[in-house]
Design a protein around this ligand. Structure first.
Ligand code: GLC
Ligand code: CA
Length: 554
C-alpha cells in the first residue's frame, strides 16, 4: 500500500448506537452497519470511522472502555466485527476505530485492580495522588472537580472527563506498552487506523498546580492546565513508532488549540499523525462560559475561519474537515440561520465543506440534511455533558426554559438520535423504541424519501462525492491546492482547487442574490444546487440565495 493512501479520500463517521439496529433491541449494532455498506459505497465513502464499539458501561457512550479487546455485546461479537472489516474491504472501504487512551472506564480491570490495592502496581497505571484535599482546582470537561477520592485510601485519582473515566498514566512505561500491544492487535486484525480521542490530554502538569478560577465554582477548566504540562512529543513519537508506522495506518487526532510548532509536529513532514480535525468552525462563537454564552456564527465568520485555516495549514499537512460530529449540534442547524434552513442552504453548506481541501468526514445523517432534534425536558436527554451544560446555565441565572433552549441548540444528543432511514414509527432504524429519540422527529427527512427524489440532499451529496471520481477534474479536487476567491464579497464563500485542472467553487451563503464578475469564461458547469444559472455574456454570474455552483475554468 502507498504511504499516503488515505490522502484525498472521503470519510464517514458512524455513531454505532444510532446507525442501524439489526436485532430489534432499539440499539444500533455491527451487523446493522454491515447491512448498510452498499449505501455507504454508493455515497462514495472510502474511510469509515466507528465511534467506540468496545466493551463499556456507557457512562459516556462507549468513550469509557472497560475492555479494549472486546466488542460490547450490545453491538454484537468479534465475529461481527471481522465480518464488517472484510465486507467493507470488499467494497473498497477502510475501517478506522476510535482510540480512547487518555482514560479508560472505572470498570476496566486495571482500575479495579488499582482500587483493590491503591499502593500497588496498577495504581501506577493511573494518577493516584496522596493528598488531604483535592490536589488542584481543575474542573473536568463534564463539570465538577477532576479529582475523586479513592475509596478506603488517602489518595485521589484524576479524571479529566467523568469520574467513571479515570485518566491513564502515560508516565508509566508498562501502561504505554499495554496500549501499544492493544493497538497493534487491532491493526493486525485489518483495521486501517484510528481516530484518536482527546489525545492532547495525556500530558499533565505533574505539579498539580491550581490556577485562578474561571467561574464562580472556584475551579478552572482542566484545559488551562495543559499549558503547564510536560511535553507530549516523546509520548506521541514513541506511540507512532511502536504502532501506526509499522502498519502504514491512517490516524486522525482530536486536537484543539494547537500551536504552530505543534501543528508541524502533528501533521508536518514527519508528523506523528496523518491528520488532525479542523475544529475552528465548530468552535466559532464560543466564549468559554458554557453553551449559553455563544454567538451565532455568520457566513463571514465561517469564511474567515476556513480561509485562515488553509492559509495556516496547507503548507504543513492535511486536515480532516467536518460540519458536525457526535459532539456537536447538527451542522444545518448550527451554521445556517434558522429561517434559511432548507434543501438549497443545506446543499450550499455541503458544497463548501466537501470540496475544500482536506479529508471530509461526513457524519451519519448529514448526507440527508438531518437537523437538531426537539426534546421536551432535560430528563429526555441522555448525554452527561448536556446535563452539565444545563446546570451551568441555571447557575448562571438562566430560567429553566432558557436553559432548555440553549441545550436544545448545542446538545450532543442532537446528533446522537437514530439515523432516519424511513418515516416509520421508529424511522426504519429499528422496529422497537430506540434507546434515544426525540418526541417529535422530523420524519420528512429520511433516506427512503430522498432515494426517490433526484432533488434531494442525499442525491446532491452523491453528486459531490462523485466529483472526486470525475475523470478530468477528480484529482484536482482530491489533491489540488486551495485558493480563496472573492474574499471581499460579503457572504460569498468561494475558492479554487488548483491541480492539473482548475475547479472553482462559488457559493452565496445568504438569503439574497449576489453577482460575481468571473475572471474567465466557464469551461464546464460541474455542479449546481439550483436549476437556474444566471450568467450574462460578460461572464457576470448572479448567484441566487444559497446557490452553489462548481465550475471548471481553463
Ligand atoms: C472526545 C469524544 C467525546 C468524549 C470525550 C471523552 O471528545 O469525542 O465524545 O466524551 O472525548 O472521551
Ligand atoms: Ca441492536
Amino acid at each position: 500500500m502507498e504511504k499516503d493512501w488515505w490522502k484525498g479520500k472521503i470519510a464517514y463517521q458512524i455513531y454505532p448506537k444510532s446507525f442501524n439496529d439489526s436485532n430489534h433491541d432499539g440499539i444500533g449494532d455491527l451487523k446493522g452497519i454491515t447491512q448498510k455498506l452498499d449505501y455507504l459505497k454508493d455515497l462514495g465513502i472510502e474511510i469509515l470511522w466507528l465511534s467506540p464499539v468496545y466493551k463499556s458501561p456507557f457512562v459516556d457512550q462507549g468513550y469509557d472502555i472497560a475492555d479494549y479487546y472486546a466488542i460490547d455485546p450490545i453491538f454484537g461479537t468479534m465475529e461481527d466485527m471481522d465480518e464488517l472489516i472484510a465486507e467493507a474491504k470488499a467494497r473498497g472501504i477502510s475501517i478506522i476505530m476510535d482510540l480512547v487512551v487518555n482514560h479508560c472506564s472505572d470498570q476496566h480491570e486495571w482500575f479495579q485492580k488499582a482500587l483493590a490495592d491503591p499502593d500497588g502496581e496498577y495504581a501506577d497505571y493511573f494518577y493516584f495522588i496522596e493528598s488531604d484535599t483535592e490536589p488542584s482546582n481543575w474542573r473536568s470537561y463534564f463539570g465538577g472537580s477532576v479529582w475523586e477520592k479513592v475509596p478506603n485510601s488517602t489518595k485521589y485519582y484524576l479524571h479529566s472527563f467523568h469520574k467513571a473515566q479515570p485518566d491513564l498514566n502515560w508516565q508509566n512505561p508498562r501502561l504505554r506498552q499495554e496500549i501499544y500491544d492493544m493497538i497493534n492487535w487491532w491493526l493486525k486484525k485489518g483495521i486501517a487506523g484510528f481516530r484518536i480521542d482527546a489525545i492532547i490530554n495525556i500530558k499533565k502538569d505533574l505539579s498539580w498546580t491550581s490556577l485562578p478560577a474561571d467561574q464562580e465554582d472556584g475551579l478552572v477548566a482542566v484545559q488551562a492546565a495543559l499549558a503547564n504540562a510536560q511535553p507530549i512529543e516523546p509520548f506521541l513519537r514513541e506511540l507512532t513508532e511502536q504502532t501506526f508506522d509499522k502498519y502504514n495506518a491512517f490516524t486522525v487526532g482530536e486536537v484543539f488549540d494547537e500551536t504552530e510548532e505543534e501543528l508541524q509536529f502533528f501533521i508536518g513532514e514527519n508528523g506523528v499523525f496523518s491528520s488532525i480535525f479542523d475544529f475552528k468552525q465548530a468552535i466559532l462563537g464560543q466564549k468559554g462560559n458554557g453553551w449559553h454564552d455563544f454567538d451565532e456564527p455568520t457566513a463571514e465568520d465561517i469564511k474567515k475561519s476556513i480561509f485562515q485555516v488553509h492559509e495556516r495549514t496547507d503548507k504543513i499537512g492535511v486536515l480532516s474537515t467536518i460540519i458536525e460530529n457526535h459532539d456537536e449540534a447538527r451542522g444545518a442547524s448550527h451554521f445556517i440561520p434558522h429561517a434559511d434552513v432548507d434543501t438549497a442552504s443545506k446543499k450550499c453548506l455541503a458544497t463548501i465543506a466537501l470540496l475544500r481541501k482536506g479529508i471530509p468526514f461526513i457524519y451519519q445523517g448529514q448526507e440527508i440534511g438531518m437537523e437538531n432534534q426537539y426534546f421536551e425536558a432535560i430528563e429526555d436527554y441522555d448525554d452527561i455533558s448536556t446535563i452539565n451544560g444545563y446546570q451551568v446555565a441555571l447557575k448562571d441565572g438562566l430560567s429553566e426554559e432558557e436553559a432548555l433552549a440553549v441545550i436544545g441548540k448545542y446538545s450532543r444528543d442532537n446528533a446522537r438520535t437514530p439515523m432516519q432511514w424511513t418515516d416509520d414509527t421508529y424511522l426504519g432504524f429499528s422496529d422497537v423504541k430506540p434507546w434515544l429519540m426525540s418526541q417529535q422527529p422530523n420524519r420528512t427527512i429520511n433516506v427512503a424519501e430522498q432515494e426517490n427524489n433526484p432533488q434531494s440532499v442525499l442525491h446532491y451529496y452523491r453528486a459531490l462525492t462523485g466529483l472526486y471520481r470525475h475523470d478530468t477534474y477528480g484529482s484536482s479536487l482530491r489533491y489540488g491546492a486551495f485558493h480563496p476567491l472573492f474574499e471581499e464579497v460579503e457572504n460569498v464563500i468561494a475558492y479554487e482547487r488548483r491541480g492539473e485542472r482548475r475547479v472553482q467553487v462559488l457559493t452565496n451563503f445568504q438569503a439574497k442574490a449576489q453577482t460575481l464578475q468571473l475572471s474567465q469564461p466557464i469551461e464546464e458547469v460541474l455542479l449546481n444546487n439550483l436549476e437556474v444559472l444566471d450568467l450574462d455574456k460578460d461572464d457576470c454570474l448572479t448567484l441566487a440565495p444559497y446557490q452553489a455552483v462548481v465550475i471548471a475554468v481553463s
